[in-house]
Design a protein around this ligand. Structure first.
Ligand code: UD1
Length: 417
């Protein structure tokens, strides 16, 4: 098991460069197999989620080369075989192979995906979308076989604006016959990034980033070069850390428009921010005001930043509330914050935070990826040493987190037992 030891109380100053977006990369890697030629994707973060997807590519005999931040993927000799359960369950995004394999070979065999335990995480909308395109779905236990004689464009309305279902249906529809319209599509920037990639390969997708996406099916997709957008959640996490203990901490290589909901909340509570075209400089101030947040689909406040933001709210004056509307089990960081000295109570889907409270170093657990980020943020302002266990969750989504924080002055060490 991997652990992090953090001694809190240091002022963080310098520059943190943000990596490519995890949630884009994990869709782009499976999407690459839709091509018949070699594709190059650059700015892919080296995190365990992208490593695990590359392992799936290798198992399908897809040539994959990693050259620093780039991945070159050549599916010319690929075989469409079942993706084993041990691969499927390593991460949530393994499900993008369902849409990509169905789109290319009209058949996908794999298992229910893994990922953080933050809620039930069904995939019914993905499967309904595939069925609307003409596929049949068979499930035996955790195994899913999705196949079609022919995929035909269809009008698909998503009951929930799901990120995963929107991308997966796009992947299945790009090589289908005719036109597909996805209504109530999710609008996250990662969806635009994936649609741009597919269009660079010759797909005809219009409207990504709005709630109606139109896809005109094409027969072939050709080679291309594509860049992953900066990770807005990683950026947001470090900006929150800067609000807690930064002094002119520069968070560089970001797209500030992608985190407007966070930046405006930070300004509301009194955080000092200088917002540039591709960076934010953040410094801690005293006497932050309390506030309320409610997680919503993009461009609302991202659920993935709710947990680290809760840590910041423990340092604000008065009563704050955090309402989680996307995932039903996303307050697992709260008992650990309370153990560190925070005053937080959870009722139904709302956490109430009374602040400010002094935090003390404790032994805590990263119960999921962003809960882990909340623990790192708390440890950096706590008095004394915090030991975080289950760090594997954090490493799924934050590239070089130890080096990035050390470089700006944090006392952080990783160890393994
Ligand atoms: C993606 C992100 C995740 C983020 C989430 C919401 C990736 C790899 N992960 O997850 O970090 O927290 O978006 O911004 O991009 N739902 C259904 N049926 C479905 C699909 C979803 O009911 O078939 C529900 C989910 O249970 C959830 C809501 O829809 O309540 C949103 O889920 P979705 O947008 O699909 O999240 P993911 O794509 O899994």
């Amino acid at each position: 098991m991997k652990l992090l030891d953090i001694i809190g109380g240091e002022e963080l100053t310098g520059t943190i460069r943000i990596s490519g977006a995890k949630n884009s990369s994990v869709a782009l890697i499976p999407a690459a197999i839709l091509c018949d030629e070699e594709v190059t994707i650059c700015n892919v973060p080296e995190i365990s989620d992208t490593d695990n997807l590359c392992d799936i590519l290798k198992a399908l005999d897809v040539e994959t080369k990693r050259a620093s931040e780039s991945i070159i993927i050549n599916p010319k000799k690929m075989k469409n075989i079942e993706i084993k359960e041990s691969f499927s369950t390593k991460l949530r995004a393994s499900y993008y192979f369902m849409g990509a394999l169905l789109g290319k070979y009209k058949k996908a065999e794999m298992y229910f995906p893994g990922g953080c335990s933050i809620g039930a995480r069904p995939i019914d909308l993905h499967l309904k979308g595939f069925e609307a395109l003409g596929a049949t779905v068979k499930s035996e236990g955790n195994k899913y076989t999705v196949e079609a004689e022919e995929l035909k464009g269809a009008n698909i309305y998503l009951d929930i604006a799901s990120v995963g279902a929107t991308i997966n249906i796009m992947l299945a529809a790009v090589r289908a016959k005719g036109k597909t319209i996805i209504d109530n599509a999710a609008k996250e920037p990662e969806i635009v990034n994936v649609a741009t990639f597919l269009n660079n390969m010759g797909a005809k997708i219009r409207g990504a980033g709005t709630s109606t996406i139109k896809i005109e099916g094409v027969d072939h997709l050709h080679k291309c070069f594509h860049e992953v957008i900066p990770d807005r959640i990683e950026a947001g996490t470090y900006i929150i850390i800067g609000a807690l203990c930064g002094k002119d901490l520069k968070i560089d290589n970001i797209i500030p428009e992608h985190i407007e909901s966070l930046l405006s909340k930070l300004e509301e509570i009194g955080v000092k921010l200088e917002i540039g075209s591709d960076y934010v400089i953040v410094s801690k101030r005293d006497n932050y005001k309390s506030t309320n947040i409610k997680t919503l689909v993009y461009p609302g406040f991202p659920t993935d930043l709710q947990q680290p933001f809760t840590t910041l709210l423990t340092q604000c004056n008065g009563k704050s509330k955090v309402t989680e509307t996307i995932w039903e089990n996303r307050f697992m960081h709260v008992p650990y914050l309370v153990d560190m000295g925070a005053d937080v109570t959870v009722k139904n889907q709302t956490a109430t935070i009374m602040g400010p409270t002094k935090l003390k170093g404790r032994e805590v657990v990263a119960t999921d990826l962003r809960a882990g980020a909340a623990m790192v943020a708390a440890a950096l302002v706590a008095k004394g040493k915090t030991r975080i266990s289950n760090v594997e969750h954090i490493l799924r989504g934050y590239e070089n987190i130890v080096e990035k924080l050390k470089n700006v002055g944090a006392k952080i060490e990783s160890l393994e037992i």
